[in-house]
Design a protein around this ligand. Structure first.
Ligand code: FES
Length: 601
């Protein structure tokens, strides 16, 4: 085919044709075409997840080193390549295999729903004002203060400009939205329901909730993928993308807000309300997400010592960051703790009850690519962040994937001879997700297929040493057999070792004995589906009684809702943030020893 000034890339089996006028990588082309191609490493040629099959248009005769590492010789021969390694400047035809596409994840939004008494953050007041006359020459604003019974009530210029007309157009009746001592909006009719929006902005998913601000009930909940994922599975990849140019940082901000607004529209349509009834917003997230949704510079987060721009709680106008809500709606942004410990951790600890004086020794663990762990003893709370990596989210595992239809979610090894699996959606398995990976490793350990050094026992009937001599376990046969290799197991042990090292450092630092721990509170999507006994079996958790372990679901989402609706919880969160001591693991004496011990199987 000839090189032309414009050229067309045809993506199959989706049948999408993209017209291009400049050379670009196949990964960028897929992004432009709106195809959610996996790019866990952000396009650095490291993860091997962006595999595509090139049918024509791109010379494929010399595979790159990275392609040789991630793609088998047979597949290389059939034109399989890494999309991020291939630059294209002419007409081409490319197949995107199913396994290279981000599947619809099982996006966890549920958590504990907290209702009951609370001090509302906003309220609406319907007032009938005394009409002005020659006996009562009070100003309109004084009249409003007097007649609603709040002498402290403040009104800014935008409210004062509308006040006289609003008072008089309905014969001195007025509806006011009051937030603290401030009027934030004059409304024609009372809002029904008066609604708030809480969002847990996770690195991989957005969990959004609409809440009735008068009774605290959750009206709607929706999970959606975080679109930033196309720019890298891990946070550092996204930070380095944002640092390339201001417009790239802006695009990460804009796509996040657009996805939140999209969720808002969908939830509002589902319950038959308008986004204009959303008068209050609360957003939480890890510190990078916090900076992205606020569109703060991220340069200080990207290099040691990884400090945030601000750790203060913020009260801003929702419109300042582009959230579609009632004009005048405010957003409460809870404080972040450190570069790698954000307001999602704070929200989790709030839900877990660590702001209360219970006298218990509590261990809180939010498992993710970065796992945040907190230990509370008496009136001290110490938090760490440990780089557990994305193995439990399916990355760095050859057939790893997120919890989505086709993912193996549970594995059972019967009598060391027979493997049984549960697959999400009861479909043909296409990969394995975190809970399945944890099960597989624990079951291998219990069945003697894995020794205490984390090595597969080659003599076992279920372990296949294959052509290349690398041991692996086949979990499912089929067109594409799903296997776990020794290098996959190594990744899992590194991930669980990082989590265990974080726990052990905290136990050491606060001089707690394992059997003194009263409760272990676990949050996060993977944490919700894992079996605690397996986490103990592989040594990810210390040997604790299983009835101490409580799974909280999306506790950050629950915490965001608590802070959205309740002044009391906002106050508790701000005090909790002040109280949390952040401990930097990498400079903790003997951390390498804790880590080395943690990765034992
Ligand atoms: S190897 Fe291409 S995105 Fe990771």
């Amino acid at each position: 085919m000839e090189t032309t000034s414009t050229f067309i890339i045809e993506f199959q089996p989706r049948g999408i044709r993209l017209v291009c006028d400049e050379s670009l990588t196949l990964l960028d082309a897929a992004r432009r075409a709106g195809i959610p191609l996996r790019a866990d490493c952000g396009g650095k040629g490291v993860c091997g997840k962006c595999r595509v099959q090139i049918l024509s248009g791109v010379p494929v005769n010399v595979p790159t080193e990275s392609e040789k590492k991630h793609i088998s010789a047979g597949e290389l021969e059939n034109g399989f390549r890494l999309a991020c390694e291939r630059v294209i400047d002419r007409d081409a035809k490319v197949i995107i295999p199913n396994q290279s596409v981000l599947a619809d994840q099982v996006l966890q939004v549920e958590g504990i729903d907290e209702e009951g008494d609370f001090q509302p953050v906003i309220s609406q007041i319907s007032a009938r004002l005394e009409k002005a006359d020659l006996q009562d020459l009070s100003s309109d604003s004084s009249r409003l203060r007097r007649d609603v019974g709040n002498p402290e009530l403040e009104m800014d210029l935008s409210i004062l400009r509308k006040l006289p007309e609003r008072i008089r157009e309905d014969n001195w009746n007025i509806n006011v939205l009051e937030r603290g001592n401030e009027v934030i909006r004059l409304v024609g009719e009372p809002l029904n329901p008066l609604t708030g929006l809480a969002v847990d902005v996770g690195s991989t998913k957005l969990a959004s909730y609409l809440v009735d601000m008068e009774n605290g009930k959750t009206l709607a909940a929706l999970g959606a993928p975080n679109p930033q994922i196309a720019y890298g599975e891990d946070i550092m990849a996204r930070l380095s993308y944002a640092l390339q140019a201001r417009d790239k940082a802006d695009s990460l901000h804009n796509m996040t807000i657009a996805a939140i607004n999209h969720s808002v529209v969908e939830m509002c349509a589902g319950i038959g309300i308008s986004a204009d009834s959303i008068a209050e917003v609360c957003l939480v997230g890890n510190t990078a997400m916090h900076h992205f949704f606020l569109n703060l510079p991220v340069s200080s987060l990207s290099v040691s010592p990884f400090v945030p721009v601000t750790g203060d709680p913020l009260d801003i106008r929702a419109s300042d960051i582009g959230i579609g809500a009632l004009p005048g709606a405010r957003a409460f942004i809870p404080p972040v703790i450190a570069g790698f410990v954000g307001s999602d951790h704070l929200a989790f600890l709030l839900t877990a009850g660590l702001a209360e004086n219970t006298g218990k020794i509590s261990l809180g663990i939010d498992i993710g690519t970065n796992t945040e762990i907190a230990l509370k003893k008496a009136d001290r709370i110490v938090s760490v962040s440990t780089a557990s990596g994305p193995a439990f989210e399916g990355a760095h595992i050859k057939y790893g994937m997120r919890a989505a239809p086709g993912a193996i979610e549970h594995v059972y090894i019967r009598d060391s001879k027979k493997i049984e699996i549960d697959v999400i959606g009861d479909t043909e398995p296409v990969g394995i997700c975190g809970s399945g990976i944890l099960d597989a490793v624990a079951q291998m350990r219990m069945s003697g297929l894995l020794n205490s050094r984390g090595r597969m026992v080659k003599e076992s009937a279920l372990i296949d040493t294959g052509k290349n001599g690398i041991p692996c376990l086949t979990l499912a046969e089929g067109a594409v057999p799903i296997t776990l290799s020794q290098s996959d197991i190594d990744q899992v042990l590194l991930a669980k070792g990082a989590i265990r090292a974080g726990i052990d450092v905290l136990i050491d630092y606060l001089e707690v004995k394992t059997d003194e721990i009263d409760e272990v509170l676990i949050a996060g999507a993977f944490g919700s589906y894992m079996l605690p006994e397996h986490a103990v079996k592989i040594g990810m958790l210390p040997d604790i009684p299983l009835d101490c372990v409580h799974i909280l679901g999306n506790a950050a989402g629950t915490g965001a809702r608590l802070m959205l609706k309740s002044r009391e919880y906002r106050q508790k969160a701000v005090e909790l943030a002040r109280k949390i001591e952040y401990l930097e693991l990498t400079i903790y004496p003997d951390f390498p020893l804790f880590y080395a011990r943690g990765i034992q199987a």
